[in-house]
Design a protein around this ligand. Structure first.
Ligand SMILES: [Zn+2]
Length: 306
């Protein structure tokens, strides 16, 4: 199986401040666990996304806020979203990882890739950085696949415990894209009701607090995977947040690493059926280091299986 990881040291240097849950130790834990579990798999350096690639989904004002505003110490973009010295480059590398992985997979040089990056992206809308997210790397990658590569159908699959309001808002009027999400509800950011359907290309499956693997697997098997199957995506992008794990301190679902392995294997199967096996996954949330380690290893293990 041709596979690669993408990351960059700038993603470790992005520092939202002492005590912030979206801390550099998260990504250190993921990278260490993946290197220990899969020592033979290659790591590639994530390039910086181009402004023109960001501008396909983000307003000029947001791009300028993140990239051009002089930074004297730290700057708070919303109550949870803080920039410091290395945040600008981290955001560019996180989005650039997704773009580079899509380019490589669509050229046929790799079948699948996992982008071990931060800050996360799926809450960032066209014009607003929020919820720890600066640029929406998954949406940038999806629209890159459509506009730069001419794909007709790209799916973004989001199993982070929070709804990806930004990804949904960016893609909800784009019939060439599908966005499907399972998430705890009620929970931040408050979007993701079943009634939110976009142009028929959005499928949301909210789960009540304390739901576990049984409920999670049921909504994927009965609702979300069949919707993806009917859409026949030519490329799967995954917003891989691991904060629905039972150990996560920010949410109240009860998944185990095996549940991530189960869904990831289903997604690989779907990619093989419709997309020539092509799947690019990007790290989103996950705030328990132990859960991040075992869940990312379980997820990537499925991506490495032919
Ligand atoms: Zn999350």
């Amino acid at each position: 199986m041709s596979f690669a990881f993408y990351t960059h040291p700038a993603c470790l240097a992005h520092d939202p401040g002492a005590g912030h849950p979206e801390c550099p130790a998260r990504l250190e834990a993921v990278i260490e666990a993946l290197k220990a579990a899969y020592p033979d798999q290659p790591w590639r350096e994530a390039p910086q996304a181009l402004r023109s690639q960001l501008a396909r989904v983000h307003d000029d004002a947001l791009i300028a806020t993140v990239l051009d505003t002089p930074l004297d110490g730290t700057r708070r973009l919303d109550p949870d979203t803080v920039m410091s010295a290395h945040s600008r480059e981290a955001a560019l590398r996180a989005a650039g990882a997704g773009v580079a992985a899509v380019d490589t997979v669509l050229r046929g040089d790799l079948r699948r890739a996992f982008c071990a990056v931060r800050p996360p992206g799926h809450h960032a809308t066209a014009d607003t950085a929020m919820g720890f997210c600066l640029f929406n790397a998954a949406a940038v990658a999806a629209v890159h696949a459509l506009d730069a590569h001419g794909l007709q159908r790209v799916a973004v699959v989001d199993f982070d415990v929070h709804h990806g309001n930004g990804t949904q808002a960016i893609l909800e009027r784009e019939p060439r894209a599908m966005y499907v999400s399972s998430h705890q509800w009620p929970l931040y950011p408050g979007t993701g009701a079943r009634e939110e359907r976009g142009v028929g290309n959005i499928v949301n499956a909210p789960l009540p607090p304390l739901s576990g693997g049984r409920e999670f697997r049921r909504i994927w098997a009965e609702l979300l995977l069949p919707a993806l199957d009917a859409f026949r995506p030519q490329l799967l992008l995954v917003s891989a947040g691991f904060d629905a794990h039972r150990l996560d301190p920010l949410a109240d679902l009860n998944l185990e690493a095996e549940d991530y392995a189960w869904l990831s294997a289903k997604l690989v199967q779907l990619a093989r059926c419709h997309a020539g096996g092509r799947l690019v996954s990007l790290l989103e949330g996950g705030y328990s280091l132990a859960a991040l380690r075992e869940s990312s290893v379980a997820h990537v293990g499925a991506l490495l299986t032919d």
